[in-house]
Write a protein that binds this ligand. Sequence first.
Ligand code: DUC
Ligand code: ZN
Ligand code: ZN
Ligand code: ZN
Length: 496
Amino acid sequence: SSTRILIKGGTVVNAHHQQLADVYVEDGIIVAVQPNIKVGDEVTVLDATGKFVMPGGIDPHTHLAMEFMGTETIDDFFSGQAAALAGGTTMHIDFVIPVNGNLVAGFEAYENKSRNACMDYGFHMAITKWDEGVSKDMEIMVKEKGINSFKFFLAYKGSLMVTDDLLLEGLKRCKSLGALAMVHAENGDAVFEGQKRMIELGITGPEGHALSRPPVLEGEATSRAIRLARFVNTPLYVVHVMSVDAMDEIAKARKAGQKVIGEPVVSGLILDDHWLWDPDFKIASKYVMSPPIRSVGHGKSLQEALSTGILQLVGTDHCTFNSTQKALGLDDFRKIPNGVNGLEERMHLTWDTMVGSGQISATDFVRITSTECAKIFNIYPRKGAILPGSDADIIILNPNSSYEISSKSHHSRSDTNVYEGRRGQGKVEVTIAGGRIVWENDELKVVPGSGKYVEMPHFSYLFDGIEKSDANYLSSLRAPVKRVRIQKTATRRSRR
Ligand code: DUC
Ligand code: ZN
Ligand code: ZN
Ligand code: ZN
């Protein structure tokens, strides 16, 4: 049966333009965007007068059904995606974690985990060890499996962390495959020392998490990764930029013309670390994520960087654990599973904080929550746009409607929410995913298995001109034999 929807009378917003127009959808695809579209009775009509009609959000950074720190995230592909849809996000990109370093096994595991998907999704892949097999499998992932980004953890010593030699091999391989290298930028060796010191001092509570891994360690790793990416001459994507220290490194590199993308996450933009000092472990522990949520001031600076284009898009690092899982670290903050929620809240909180405050426009909002992500991961304009031919992933946001966030009403399986009690204005009233109305009148109508895997082609726009770059990077170095010849010629000439 074909599903036909007409969205009437709203302000249609794309990343660079907005206009009063109707949007007509047929069989999962946007067919027309223009004023006064006339249709027959068989079409479902949604009135969007006074509201914004925008591309569904794309969250570039989630962890659903991830085995991590001795447990598994409480949101799987179904519950996490249902929550996302209720909050106006219609696609996310999750991180495949290899099985014992094996990429193919990891991909198959995530294919299984995502069978109950109810919205579209893509994958990044983490690289946790290095050998010929990994290097070969990266090519399989890129050329056959639709993965165009690989993440390197510079933290989590003893499990996920990679050393600089592996990072360099990875950067070179990413470059040759046209895949985007991503980094979790914290100095894992120094974090390990910081944690030891906290325990020696008898600091075992959640505040020890923040104290053991300060912004300077994020700044160091961000700077190192940026410089190594420059050495190899390949683009770099820094995930969850949490501090001014890291943001400054990105700003500097971008100013010098380097292709560096910085992704702040909602928690880093609007929360601060005072929660980690809450005497109630249940409250404090829910704010434990890595890199840590920083002291007052960092968030506001990250917001400014986002509004001025120094940072490009907003993610969440959605990685949820309920309070019993967080209690694994009751006696030792190092054992608190790292992660916070955000998949359901990202669109609402970004709108309220950034547009509601007048810092950015609705078009900017679309760019940082959807379009930029689609462009970076090379799926634009299929995703990230309200244009004829694009997938019908659409939200209707009412700027005059308000909400209050609570674990009692959210759709995540977690029993807590880091935004508990927070009120905001600008509510997603309708979500259309793949041409179907999945969220309307505060009700979800999601179908397990209806979400599609979105293959992401390699060589995104970030690779344009990379080979022609004339800077003296690793790829443009030549063997010294040439210099010897030049010297001989010069000598002969000078004798004449
Ligand atoms: N940080 C988190 O808080 N959770 C998942 C992984 C990460 O890097
Ligand atoms: Zn623009
Ligand atoms: Zn990370
Ligand atoms: Zn993450």
